[in-house]
Design a protein around this ligand. Structure first.
Ligand code: NDP
Length: 448
């Protein structure tokens, strides 16, 4: 519930302007609630219409993406790019290819990206894009033709100093390669810093693939240490999803001494009491692009259950790394009743607002996505730096920088929560810490 009248007025306007866009409204409401802590001390924001400008994208692009499938049939998808805020740097944010992609989903992700990118301390504005195209079950040729068609429109909106896309759900190394190839062909220019998540042979950064999942664990490790004097050592962990973020969160949590006992995909989940065999998951998901149900053929003692029951599995640390609104109040109640101590968001907005409130009431440590999963975009920022410098850092060098950034983000969010009078509330802390830098830049740049 937003109480401040200025913030309320802004939120009412957002609702009126974006009817039915439930994900976007959910993200805006959560952020505006956090601003209660600062808004009265900053009357200049209202005078400058700052929050009204902050919640309205600078530009929103929607376009047709026609392509021809393997049967010769013409398919039409919808493409999007939101360029939300460029106050502190060029727009930066991933591309998502999934049938659930809509204007609302892209706007919620782009809006959150502004604060996340600011938290990294690197000069990156907020953007996001994607399409309702579903790469699942498509041939390589179909994915390539789709990516080429998508980029044939997107190329005119991107550039290393304008807007720098990357991957997200459904967009991994294969898709980034096809997108980059088409962009290079249209522009007749090898502009490395225009896309991140590139392959190592054409300007990618070591450790970018691992960065989001590793970063989630570095953030969680610092949170456990500073807020509970604890660590991953000996903890049982459940991770939803089995894509890029989930896989490398599983790897790092295991390296830090935890046992991951369950992972999922959109059809069901696997439970392995002996600890997930990550090589099996990587083979199923990265090599074969198959379903997680195949895991039991690699590990006969493991169990597969269809459906969404993963949050009923007992754990100390729950890490949703799949998609938005994955954990509702019922799931939250199960996680709490099973005695978990922490909820760490690897995916974007994986917890509904009511479920977040449940976790906070129950006193669990809560690591919000904007802060906890910022390691991916931070390392994309490091990829851009290497492209500008025309050199490549070692894996260890990038990983060490990533770790420093994640530790720094935890402390910024924590310190901001103290300044806002709600010590340990990292939701408020991350929103406020990310926002103050953007707000300062927007104030300095006048009414634009
Ligand atoms: P991937 O496409 O690699 O993996 C997504 C995983 O989530 C898959 O296991 C997928 O299962 C599952 N999933 C997707 N949609 C649903 C759904 N509706 N219900 C249940 N499971 C679902 O994506 P990423 O790992 O890259 O992204 C995961 C999350 O992390 C997203 O929220 C993304 O925005 C966020 N994120 C990603 C970053 C990155 O660097 N990649 C950076 C920061 C945040 P299936 O295969 O069955 O579809």
């Amino acid at each position: 519930m937003i109480k401040n009248s200025y913030l309320q007025e802004v939120y009412e306007q957002v609702k009126k302007r974006n009817p039915g866009e439930s994900e976007f409204l959910q993200a805006v409401e959560e952020v505006l609630e956090s601003f209660e802590a600062i808004i009265e001390k900053k009357p200049e924001y209202q005078k400058a219409g700052l929050i009204e400008r902050f919640v309205e994208p600078e530009r929103f692009i929607q376009f047709r993406v026609p392509w021809v499938d393997d049967n010769g049939k013409v398919q039409v998808n919808r493409g999007f790019r939101v360029q939300f805020n460029s106050a502190i740097g060029p727009y930066k944010g991933g591309l998502r290819f999934h049938p659930s992609v809509s204007a609302s989903v892209i706007k919620f992700l782009g809006f959150e990206q502004i604060l996340k990118n600011s938290l990294t301390g690197l000069p990156m504005g907020g953007g996001k894009g994607g399409s309702d195209f579903d790469p699942k079950g498509k041939s390589d040729g179909e994915v390539m033709r789709f990516c080429q068609s998508y980029m044939t429109e997107l190329y005119r909106h991107v550039g290393q100093f304008i807007d720098v896309p990357a991957g997200d759900i459904g967009v991994g190394a294969r898709e980034i390669g096809y997108l980059f190839g088409q962009l290079k062909r249209i522009k007749n220019e090898f502009e490395g810093g225009v896309l991140t998540g590139k392959g190592l042979s054409y300007g990618g950064s070591l450790a970018r693939t691992e960065a989001t999942g590793f970063g989630v664990c570095y953030f969680a490790q610092e949170m456990l240490k500073c807020m509970k004097g604890d660590s991953f050592e000996g903890k049982t962990v459940v991770i939803s999803g089995s894509g890029n973020v989930a896989i490398f969160a599983c790897q790092k949590a295991t390296e830090l001494g935890a046992k991951v006992v369950a992972m999922s995909d959109s059809n069901g989940y696997v439970y392995d009491a002996d600890g997930i065999d990550l090589d099996a998951i990587k083979d199923i998901k990265l090599n074969k692009r198959a379903r997680i149900s195949e895991y039991v053929s690699y590990r006969p003692n493991a169990k597969y259950e269809a459906g969404h029951g993963i949050w009923g599995v007992k754990c100390d640390i729950a890490m949703p790394c799949a998609t938005q609104n994955d954990i509702d109040v019922d799931d939250a109640e199960k996680i709490i009743a099973n005695g978990a101590m922490a909820l760490v968001e690897g995916a974007n907005m994986p917890t509904t607002a009511a479920a977040v409130a449940k976790f906070q009431e129950a006193g669990l440590l809560f690591a919000p996505a904007k802060a906890a999963n910022a390691g991916g975009v931070a390392t994309s920022g490091l990829e851009m730096s290497q492209n500008s410098l025309r050199l490549s850092w070692t894996f260890e060098e990038v990983d060490a920088r990533l770790k420093d950034i994640m530790v720094g983000i935890f402390h910024n969010a924590y310190d901001a929560s103290v300044e806002c009078g709600c010590e340990g509330n990292l939701v408020v802390g991350a929103n406020v810490a990310g926002f103050l830098k953007v707000a300062d830049a927007m104030m300095a740049q006048g009414i634009v």
